[in-house]
Design a protein around this ligand. Structure first.
Ligand SMILES: *Cc1c(COP(=O)(O)O)cnc(C)c1O
Length: 377
């Protein structure tokens, strides 16, 4: 269902739903983005990264939709996320924990049918011990650090790990993987360095399939694809490559209600700390979302919202629950209490808001608040 925003800017939903912000998540667009990425990497396969509640969009809705689209590999960051996700997917879907095995939770992990990404020799030994205790083979992904220094087996431990893998047949290695640190920058030398290192690793561990590219990596070309790609942001409509046209479809729309309008004269102080003082008569509206709803304070005096395609600048500071906007460019009476303005939508992308806030689309998306009424369509 799409909320009814009429030509006159009024919304039925605001009167019926009671919320003052509407986050519309287009699951059909999400599915088309998955299709596009799957085609791009074929004959390799595309997984889905659904960590942080599917980048804030609701893993309980996103993951089953992607499963229906043919996705069978799902990555989360934390064990608790995997525990929540596992029962929502059929047994032929794999759920991987990027952050690896925590001490003491290997049996819980094994019993829940969750696949850890093994990041160290210690985690390998832990997982082997669990396999021995349970008397069965356990699946795993082996992650290697190829130059990001964040997660994965470091180069100096590879020879030892190779011996472990040969010596202990209780672990079924599904993939060897690594993560690109600069994949959104097509000109970065680091991409090629990491790819070369990953190629050396696949020579050292020749029997296993490679899982390598994130969203950006997919668009670096075929040599980055391996057997399984791991897109996150591109599924949700974020741009995979910085400074290029975004080939993905938007998935998220955010409309926020006006809760008051006023006309002020020159010399009027606006918002906290009077960081803005008007220089002439101005019409203002206060909208019902603020930094507690994921619109960063850094948007104060820099960001904007839209109505009828017209840019309405954010004036003064962003409050916890509200933002003041300049509506002087609109005809008088166009916005009244209850009217909706566009925060994310056809006129303003995630990247636009992220740039104005001095951050990246990932942070805007994962920060979108819990007070919005979420509508899936
Ligand atoms: C978050 C993450 C991804 C997804 O990255 P995107 O840039 O959102 O596509 C893939 N792999 C790992 C290891 C990650 O942490």
């Amino acid at each position: 269902m799409h909320i009814g925003i009429h030509e006159d800017g009024q919304s039925d939903a605001i009167r019926t739903g009671g919320a003052t912000g509407y986050l519309t998540i287009d699951l059909a667009a999400l599915a088309r983005n998955y299709e596009k990425l799957a085609k791009e990497v074929a004959p390799a396969r595309a997984a889905a990264v659904v960590k942080a509640d599917a980048y804030g969009l609701g893993a309980d809705r996103v993951a089953p939709r992607l499963y229906a689209q043919g996705c069978r590999h799902f990555f989360v960051a934390q064990f608790v996320e995997a525990l929540r996700l596992r029962p929502l997917l059929a047994a032929d879907a794999a759920v991987f924990v990027l952050n690896g095995l925590q001490p003491e939770n290997e049996l819980a992990c094994a019993r829940s049918g969750i696949v850890p990404v093994i990041n160290s020799l210690g985690q390998w030994r832990q997982w082997c011990a669990a396999a021995k205790t349970l008397g069965r083979t356990l699946p795993a992904v082996l992650q290697f650090d190829t130059g990001m220094s964040r997660l994965g087996v470091p180069p100096e431990d590879r020879a030892m790990l190779s011996e472990y893998v040969e010596a202990d047949g209780r672990i079924e290695v599904l993939f060897i993987m690594s993560h690109l640190a600069s994949a959104d920058d097509v000109d970065s030398d680091q991409n090629d360095d990491q790819r070369a290192e990953m190629e050396r690793i696949s020579v050292e561990f020749p029997e296993f399939d490679v899982c390598f590219a994130n969203s950006g990596g997919i668009f670096l070309g075929r040599v980055y694809h391996g057997a399984l790609a791991r897109p996150g942001i591109a599924l949700y409509g974020g741009a995979p490559t910085a400074g290029r046209d975004n080939p993905m479809e938007p998935v998220v729309r955010l409309d926020v209600a006006v809760v008051q309008t006023r006309t002020v004269s020159a010399g009027t102080r606006v918002g906290y700390a009077a960081s803005h003082v008007t220089t002439g008569e101005m019409r203002l509206a206060t909208i019902a979302a603020g930094y507690a709803d994921g619109l960063p304070r850094s948007l104060g005096g820099r960001g904007a919202v839209y109505c009828d395609g017209i840019r309405l600048p954010i004036i003064g500071r962003v409050s916890m629950d509200s933002i003041i906007i300049d509506i002087s460019a609109l005809p008088a009476g166009r916005l009244i209490c209850g009217s909706l303005v566009e925060v994310l939508g056809p006129h303003q992308t995630l990247e636009d808001v992220a740039r104005d806030a001095g951050t990246i689309s990932y942070e805007i998306l994962t920060g979108l608040g819990r007070r919005y009424e979420r509508q899936y369509c």
